[in-house]
Design a binder for this molecule. Structure first.
Ligand code: GLP
Length: 240
């Protein structure tokens, strides 16, 4: 686990954005694993800026998103589908058919999840997977559990996640289930980049980096990945 502590979210966005940009220049047909939440937003803004300056293109890129809420229409402003278009896809030249986001309303959930993993595999696997971390140590929506999860699956969200994310659902209709890549799917990525900023993440970051590798802190599994780079600001790194 390669831990890099930078001064602020902007410096992290630039450092992470430069890794993505180098990847796209070297391999224009890259497969990117993308994340939602506040943590990756500055990186997406930096990438949009590089695209507008003509320095990178997403024309041949394919993307897979980590997770999506269940029982929320795709058009809802809080769906991860909407989030990705608002924060990245609508501002760059990616082709909509190259965007892969789980359908949280699929009737056949098992087929949706298995099909998602199979598509990733068929395309040769994810080159770079971007991650945030939940305050309880979750990655994607892999909540603390008895065992590490494997492939993409449907998960019941924990109270901690519901409390953290319910600010986005002021009408109180926060989904209780989600589809998420499993830990096994995430660990197959060739490179993983995790971003954590702010004091609220300090405890989870400590458990991830210094704790035992155990499903009680799903992110701790990244200690076992051959190329996981963790970008922290000073507040998120304060307990290391
Ligand atoms: C959500 C997402 C995660 C994300 C986490 C942290 O629960 N499913 O993928 O990493 O929130 O989000 P934030 O970056 O907003 O703190």
């Amino acid at each position: 686990m390669d831990i890099r502590i930078l001064n602020n979210a902007q410096e992290i966005a630039q450092a992470v954005g430069d890794i993505f940009s180098a990847q796209l220049k070297e391999q224009p047909r890259s497969i990117l694993g993308l994340a939602t939440g506040a943590s990756p937003v500055p990186t997406y803004q930096y990438l949009i800026d590089l695209y507008k300056k003509g320095k990178i293109s997403f024309k041949d890129v394919k993307t897979f998103n980590l997770d999506e809420y269940c029982d929320l229409p795709r058009e809802d402003r809080n769906s991860y589908y909407s989030f990705m278009f608002e924060n990245l896809f609508s501002h760059v030249d990616i082709l909509p058919e190259n965007v892969n986001i789980l359908d949280g309303n699929a009737v056949d959930v098992d087929a949706e999840c298995a099909g998602f993993d199979a598509r990733i595999e068929k395309m040769g696997g994810i080159d770079i997977q971007l991650l945030g971390i939940g305050t309880n140590g979750h990655i994607g929506f892999n909540e603390p559990a008895e065992a590490f999860t494997e492939g993409t699956f449907k998960v019941k969200l924990t109270n901690s996640t519901i409390q953290s994310n319910k600010i986005y659902f002021p009408d109180g209709h926060m989904p209780r289930y989600a589809l998420t890549m499993g830990i096994g799917s995430i660990m197959k990525a060739k490179k993983i980049i995790l971003i954590a900023t702010g004091e609220a993440k300090a405890q989870a970051v400590k458990a991830m980096a210094k704790g035992e590798v155990a499903p009680a802190c799903p992110a701790s599994v990244l200690q076992n990945h051959a190329d996981a780079v963790i970008f922290l600001d000073k507040a998120a790194a304060s307990l290391l």
